[in-house]
Write a protein that binds this ligand. Sequence first.
Ligand SMILES: Nc1ncnc2c1ncn2[C@@H]1O[C@H](COP(=O)(O)OP(=O)(O)O)[C@@H](O)[C@H]1O
Ligand SMILES: [Mg+2]
Length: 313
Amino acid sequence: MSAVLLELRGLAVSLPLGRRLVRALRGLDLELSAGERLALVGESGSGKSTALLAIAGLLPEEARVEGSRRFPLLGREVVPGRDFGLVLQDPFASLNPVLSVGEQIGEVLVAHRGARWSEARRASAVLLERVGIGDPERRLGDPPHRFSGGQRQRIAIAMAIAAGPRLLLADEPTSSLDTVVQSQILALLDGLVREQGMALLLVTHDLAVASRIADRIAVLYAGRLVESGPAHRLLRAPRHPYTRALLAVARDLERAGAGPLAEIAGPTLDPTDRMQGCAFAPRCPFAVARCTDERPAWRGHPRDGVACHRVEP
Ligand SMILES: Nc1ncnc2c1ncn2[C@@H]1O[C@H](COP(=O)(O)OP(=O)(O)O)[C@@H](O)[C@H]1O
Ligand SMILES: [Mg+2]
């Protein structure tokens, strides 16, 4: 097993919403090894983006944070762009509309690799080519709006990997793209992460996406992990009722093609609720009284385990 690159212990993040506090993360434990590819999966609102922002050190100022985040292999100060790259759902959010893509990629190289602008220009063209942008020398001068959505995501990826970080953080990087482009971008990410030996933390609501790229999958529900394990184990033999439900939805979707979104039945949790027991209990077909009263402890290995009263130890 390789060394631990990232370690979260009991990470809790609350965000003020008017007079109330949204409990976006309620105590997240997570480990990522160097070179490992981990997918963090859960429905919308489960706290995936908050987790990613907390890892990146980019939470809004008003966020209240408890617990710890450590990067044992990196220095004390972790610098975005240099130590990790960030790819977001909307490539416009990571790109500057008024700068050419060459200037933006070049800036990363100048800032974090100490490149001179003449070298940076050449290296940016190589990066553009590597992420699949044709005629890169000429396209360096174009601003982001001259590219298609899929191309913009490729450019955002080029920026994220430009400084050669050990970790790539990606938040729903293919969710705004149509399925063909989605597939191409996943293949691109997969290839780049393998080539550079980067670790990947991919956030997605879609288990099908996770299954294409992840060594390990961690399932988040209402700000806590309910299950995590090697992708092949979790997809073949899911233990938590929520993981099973997510898998069933993903399979329905596959069958239905682009049909209406299948959903897991039952009431979702009020994110401001303090919650004593298992957050999934109100929707769980196997729930008993204990599930609402007592929070299930993590069982098994930190990297291959489940938090559920109803799963046999
Ligand atoms: N800046 C914010 N202020 C208040 N609530 C927020 C903020 N950002 C996220 N939330 C809330 O935190 C919870 C988790 O959100 P998020 O991390 O975006 O989930 P996901 O990425 O899984 O959809 C949700 O209930 C969301 O509404
Ligand atoms: Mg999100």
